[in-house]
Ligand binder design. Structure first.
Ligand SMILES: Cc1cc2nc3c(=O)[nH]c(=O)nc-3n(C[C@H](O)[C@H](O)[C@H](O)COP(=O)(O)OP(=O)(O)OC[C@H]3O[C@@H](n4cnc5c(N)ncnc54)[C@H](O)[C@@H]3O)c2cc1C
Length: 433
């Protein structure tokens, strides 16, 4: 289930005058950070401009994977796998978590070669990732005979119901004392003597010893108003949920152009892979230098449109600077409710029927769009902001931040309380661009 600005408000926290940590953004990153801080007894306030999990964190595929990650993210994904299981226990909420495995399915010999490269890397981290034969693939997944020539499988990977999981963790954070305020955009930061000392929200000023920017696709716009250049761009994707159908694959699986995940309601979340749209805006030019080195890789499967819909973060007419006493762009779009692309939905239905002929005629019961925030090297920024003491930037998860949300939240809670992160964060440094 996705959330929009029509979804009833669930968190009515009253903004305090002062807090130890202020979190900007109620996606999985902000919510997990709030949860682990509250668990430590830290006074934490989270402000969300619209609805908790309204944007990427309820619109994603719900894959929790270690498989196929870039090496710097592997330790985070291993810890996250453990934390997802623990969160189910300690929050008592139904997060929809199941360790049912992830399959990458090969369609040509080159796919198998790239899987083998990851399997060697996985061995270094003692992951249970392995190559599987064509016969094994077709035994595990009831697809069209001979459709795939082999695959890679990680049995300990899994899935959650993304919106439900984010909301569940948010409720648990609130029970532990975190203050969660929906419909409350953070407009600007307050700086005193060169240090960040709080922020101005649409409800007024809040003093904060530390601030965490976890604004998803809005982070770059927020940062730029504070004089920080964060080379983040966005791409839009279409996702759909089928009606309930017989179980043809209990796990998550994808090949080169199609992906599916079994849902708790008996349907599948389905999407076309490597199929996204970039809406050109001012930032596309502003950050061209940082994006150029990886352009060929970044453009794979990306179609380009000349302009983003109105009020999107990088719309041509977007307001780029404002003060705390003015309505900010964040209030103009409470929840970025991207529309699904109708042409893609037709292609998606055909792709599903092609792979699972026995389910031809399956109807899509809902469909939605999601705007992914991406960095030029597809890795997040998890770092202190330059020249802004007390501000931490945790954003740019480039289409795979949901699964590692719990470990990022845990490590941020440690960093914010003066403890070591427990992971090497050098690959996520702000200064790498
Ligand atoms: C279609 C799709 C499929 C994906 N599939 C997967 C997957 O299978 N597995 C995986 O691991 N990842 C996946 N991802 C990526 C994953 O969803 C994101 O990386 C993750 O949800 C990012 O979380 P976040 O908290 O950083 O951002 P978001 O969830 O976008 O949350 C940011 C929040 O900040 C709020 N905000 C912004 N600015 C302000 C402000 N000034 N004041 C107050 N609030 C503000 C926004 O309203 C928003 O709610 C997918 C993403 C999409 C779109």
């Amino acid at each position: 289930m996705i959330y929009t600005d029509k979804t009833p408000q669930q968190f009515h926290g009253e903004q305090p005058q002062e807090t130890d940590v202020l979190i900007i953004g109620g996606g999985i990153i902000g919510v997990c950070t709030a949860y682990y801080l509250a668990k430590k007894g830290v006074n934490v306030t989270l402000c969300e401009k619209g609805r908790v999990a309204g944007e990427q964190s309820s619109r994603n595929w719900g894959w929790i994977r270690q498989q196929g990650r870039d090496e710097p993210e592997i330790p985070l994904s291993i810890e996250a796998r453990r934390l997802w299981a623990q969160l189910c226990e300690e929050t008592g909420e139904d997060l929809g978590y199941q360790a049912n495995g992830v399959y990458y399915l090969a369609e040509k010999p080159g796919d198998l070669e790239s899987f083998e490269t990851f399997v060697s890397l996985a061995q270094k981290y003692e992951l249970d990732t392995c190559m599987i034969s064509r016969a094994q693939v077709h035994e595990d997944i009831q697809g069209k005979a001979g459709r795939w020539i082999g695959g890679m499988h990680t049995a300990s990977d899994g899935r959650v119901e993304p919106g439900q999981a984010t909301l569940g963790i948010a409720k648990a954070a609130e029970r532990l004392g975190a203050v969660l305020c929906e419909n409350n955009a953070v407009r600007t930061l307050v700086k005193t003597g060169g240090k960040i000392t709080g922020a101005v929200t649409e409800q007024g000023e809040i003093k904060a010893a530390q601030v965490v920017l976890a604004g998803g696709a809005w982070s770059s716009l927020f940062a730029s108003n504070a004089g920080i250049k964060l080379p983040q761009l966005s791409v839009e994707l279409t996702v759909a949920a089928t009606q309930a159908v017989p179980d043809i694959c209990p796990a998550n699986a994808s090949d080169n152009t199609f992906a599916l995940r079994r849902r708790q309601d008996g349907g599948y979340t389905v999407a076309l892979k490597n199929n996204q749209t970039h809406h050109v805006g001012l930032d596309s030019f502003k950050f061209l230098r940082q994006w150029l080195p990886n352009m060929a890789e970044n453009m794979k499967g990306t179609s380009v449109k000349p302009a983003a819909p109105k009020h999107y973060p990088d719309h041509w007419m977007q307001k780029r600077s404002w003060n705390g006493d003015e309505t900010s762009p964040f209030e103009r779009m409470r929840v970025l409710n991207s529309k699904p692309n109708q042409k893609e939905l037709t292609a998606l239905t055909a792709a599903f029927a092609d792979r699972f002929p026995q389910l031809k005629g399956t109807k899509l019961q809902s469909a939605w769009g999601g705007l992914i925030d991406a960095m030029p090297d597809f890795m997040p920024v998890i770092d202190k902001a330059p020249k802004h003491e007390n501000l931490h930037i945790v954003t740019g998860f480039s289409g795979h931040g949901f699964g590692i949300g719990p470990s990022v939240g845990r490590l941020m809670a440690d960093v914010l309380t003066g403890k070591p992160a427990g992971h090497d964060l050098s690959s996520f440094a702000f200064g790498r661009f």
